[in-house]
Design a protein around this ligand. Structure first.
Ligand code: ZN
Length: 562
C-alpha cells in the first residue's frame, strides 16, 4: 500500500451521467456472465465504483466540516447532497438485482449473508418517490451544522464557539462553571425558534418519507436506516429498562458521592462534569505533545496499532484542533479507494481530548483493518458494533494514561469509568425520546420539551437545572446533534459501552488475550451482525439477561475500592 498525503487528494465531482453509464456497463457485465468468476468480477467492478463514490462523498463532507464558511466547500456539499438520492437509486437497483438474482445462493456463499441482510434493509429505505424529501433533509441538517458552527458566545469579555465554551464545565470554580453554562444556554435560548423550526421540519419530512415508503411511522424506517439486523424495538426497550433498574440507582449513589467530594449539598447541572475540588485532570501538554505521547503508547501496545498510527501521522490523516468556522464534534471517516481513514476532532485542552482521540482512533484502526474486505459494506459494521471498537480502545489504553496525565492518571481512570456509567442513562434517555418524537410527529415544540422532561425524570432523576432557564424548560436535547443529523443513532453507544466494559474487565484478567480479541474483532469489520460479532469476540450480548447487571456490579466494586 503506497503512502498517500491527505492534502494531495483531489477528486473531481462525478456527474450522474458518468456514474449511470458505469452502472449500465456493470449490469451488462453481470447479465452476460456465463460462470461464477465472471459474476464476481462484475461485482468487484461495482464495488470499486462504490468505493470511488464514497471517497468523493466523504471528502466533500469532511472539507465542509473543516471550514463551514468556505463557499466552494459549501457548494460542493450541496451538489453532493443533491446527487446522493440519485446515486442511491442506482445502488439500490443493483442491490435489488443481486437479492433477486438466481445466483443469490452462490453469492451468499462467496460474500457471506450479512451484505444481503443489509441490502434487504436498505432497499426498503429508498424509493425515487422520496428523492425530494431526502435532499430537503440533507439541507436542513447542513443548516443545523452551520448554525451551531457559527455560534459566537460571549463570556467574560471573550468570544467562544460551542466546542470551546464547554471546557468551562470542568473548571474548578463553581461560579465560572455556572456563568459559562448560562452563556452557552442563552445562545440556545436566542436561537430556540430556529432550532425548533429545523427540528420540526425534519420530523415532518422523516414522517412523510416513512409513510411514502409504506411504514407506519419513522420509528420503523429509522430502525431500517440504522440497519439493525439481529434485534428489534422490543429488545432495545428491555435494554432501556435494564439501564433504569440497574444503572440509575448506581448513578444516584455516584452523584451523592460527587456532592460530598465537591463539598456541595447537591450536584447541579453545571457541576456534573467535575469530580473533585482539584478540577478534572488535563493533558499535560498541547496537541503536538499529545500526538507524541500517543505514538509512544501505540508503539507499546502493538497489535498493529503501532504501524497504523505511524501511517496516520505520516499521511496527515488527522484534524484535531478546534478553530472558528470548523464544525463541532468529533468523528472518523474513511476514503475507501485509498484504504485510509481520517480523524476529525475539536481539541480544547480538556481530558476529553484524550478520550475523543482514543475513541476515534478505535474507529480508524478498525476501518483500516477492514480495508481489503471484498465488499464496501464490510468496511464498517453497523453503528452499534462500530462503537465497540472505539469505546473499547478508550478502556484498553487505560494502562498508558500516565503518559497523558502523569500523577493524575488514577483520577482520570476513575472519572472515565464514572462518566461512562453516567452516560448509560443519558444515552437511553435520548433513544427513548426519539421513539416518543417519531410516534407523535405532530407534537408542538413545547410538547417535545415536555417529552424530554419526562425522560429526565425517568432516567436522570438527579438532574437540577435551577439557574438555567432554557434547559430547565426541557430544551437540553437541542444540543444533541445526533437527534438532528442521525436519528436513532444513539442507543448504539450504550450497547457498545456495555461491550467495551466487558473488554475493560477482561483486560484486567488477561491483557494480551483482550488485545488479541480486540484486534480480531476489528479485523472482522462489518461481515456479521451485531450480536454475532459480539459473541465471536467472547463477549456477552447486551440483550442477554443479566449482562448489564454483571458489568455494572464489577464497575461498582472497582469504584468502591478506588
Ligand atoms: Zn464513535
Amino acid at each position: 500500500m503506497t503512502d498517500i498525503d491527505f492534502h494531495a487528494i483531489e477528486i473531481e465531482a462525478p456527474t450522474y451521467a458518468e456514474i449511470s453509464t458505469a452502472y449500465r456497463e456493470i449490469q451488462n457485465q453481470l447479465e452476460s456472465a456465463t460462470h461464477s468468476e465472471q459474476r464476481y468480477e462484475a461485482i468487484q467492478s461495482w464495488d470499486q465504483l462504490r468505493r470511488n463514490i464514497e471517497t468523493w462523498e466523504c471528502l466533500t463532507e469532511l472539507r465542509f466540516h473543516q471550514d463551514t464558511r468556505n463557499d466552494a466547500y459549501k457548494k460542493a456539499r450541496e451538489y453532493c447532497d443533491a446527487l446522493r438520492p440519485k446515486l442511491m437509486e442506482l445502488a439500490v437497483n443493483m442491490k435489488r438485482a443481486l437479492i433477486e438474482s438466481p445466483f443469490r445462493d452462490d453469492f451468499e456463499r462467496h460474500y457471506g449473508l450479512q451484505a444481503f441482510a443489509i441490502w434487504q434493509s436498505e432497499i426498503m429505505t429508498y424509493d425515487p418517490v422520496i428523492e425530494l424529501e431526502m435532499i430537503q433533509e440533507a439541507t436542513l441538517c447542513a443548516e443545523y451544522t452551520e448554525l451551531l458552527a457559527g455560534a459566537e458566545i460571549e463570556f467574560r469579555g471573550e468570544c467562544f464557539n460551542l466546542p470551546e465554551i464547554v471546557k468551562f464545565r470542568e473548571d474548578p470554580n463553581r461560579t465560572t462553571r455556572l456563568g459559562a453554562e448560562q452563556s452557552r444556554w442563552s445562545w440556545y435560548e436566542q436561537n430556540r425558534e430556529r432550532l425548533d423550526l429545523i427540528f420540526d421540519e425534519l420530523v415532518k419530512l422523516r414522517t412523510i418519507m416513512a409513510r411514502k415508503l409504506g411504514f407506519h411511522n419513522f420509528v420503523e424506517l429509522g430502525y431500517r436506516r440504522m440497519m439493525r439486523i439481529d434485534y428489534h424495538e422490543g429488545d432495545v426497550s428491555e435494554f432501556r429498562d435494564a439501564v433504569r433498574e440497574t444503572v440509575v440507582p448506581l448513578c444516584e449513589k455516584i452523584c451523592q458521592q460527587q456532592a460530598e467530594d465537591l463539598t456541595l449539598d447537591r450536584v447541579a447541572y453545571w457541576d456534573e462534569s467535575i469530580f473533585d475540588l482539584g478540577g478534572n485532570p488535563k493533558p499535560l501538554g498541547d496537541h503536538g505533545w499529545l500526538l507524541k505521547q500517543a505514538q509512544e503508547m501505540f508503539e507499546q501496545m502493538g497489535g498493529g496499532l503501532d504501524s497504523f498510527f505511524r501511517k496516520m501521522v505520516s499521511s496527515d490523516l488527522m484534524d484535531l484542533k478546534g478553530r472558528d468556522g470548523k464544525a463541532g464534534g468529533g468523528f472518523c471517516t474513511a476514503f475507501p479507494s485509498y484504504g485510509v481513514p481520517f480523524i476529525f476532532a475539536n481539541f480544547n485542552g480538556t481530558k476529553g481530548d484524550v478520550e475523543v482521540f482514543t475513541h476515534e482512533m478505535g474507529h480508524a484502526f478498525q476501518s483500516y483493518e477492514s480495508r481489503d474486505k471484498p465488499l464496501l459494506d464490510y468496511l464498517w459494521p453497523t453503528y452499534e458494533s462500530c462503537e465497540i471498537h472505539s469505546m473499547s480502545l478508550e478502556f484498553l489504553t487505560w494502562p498508558y494514561m500516565e503518559k497523558f496525565f502523569g500523577d493524575d492518571a488514577t483520577r482520570f481512570r476513575r472519572i472515565h469509568l464514572i462518566q461512562s456509567l453516567l452516560f448509560l442513562p443519558y444515552g437511553v434517555a435520548i433513544d427513548h425520546f426519539q421513539h416518543l418524537i417519531y410516534s407523535e410527529p405532530s407534537a408542538k415544540p413545547a410538547e417535545r420539551n415536555a417529552m424530554w422532561q419526562e425522560m429526565e425524570r425517568m432516567y436522570l432523576p438527579w438532574r437540577e437545572y435551577d439557574n438555567l432557564p432554557h434547559v430547565a424548560d426541557g430544551g437540553l436535547w437541542q444540543s444533541q446533534r445526533h437527534l438532528y443529523l442521525s436519528p436513532f443513532y444513539y442507543v448504539d453507544y450504550t450497547l457498545a459501552l456495555t461491550c467495551a466494559l466487558q473488554f475493560w474487565l477482561r483486560s484486567d484478567e488477561d491483557r494480551a488475550g483482550a488485545i488479541r480479541n480486540y484486534v480480531a474483532l476489528c479485523q472482522r469489520g462489518g461481515e456479521a451482525p451485531f450480536q454475532e460479532l459480539v459473541k465471536s469476540a467472547g463477549l456477552k450480548s447486551p440483550f442477554e439477561k443479566n449482562c448489564l447487571v454483571d458489568v455494572v456490579r464489577c464497575a461498582e466494586r472497582f469504584l468502591d475500592q478506588a
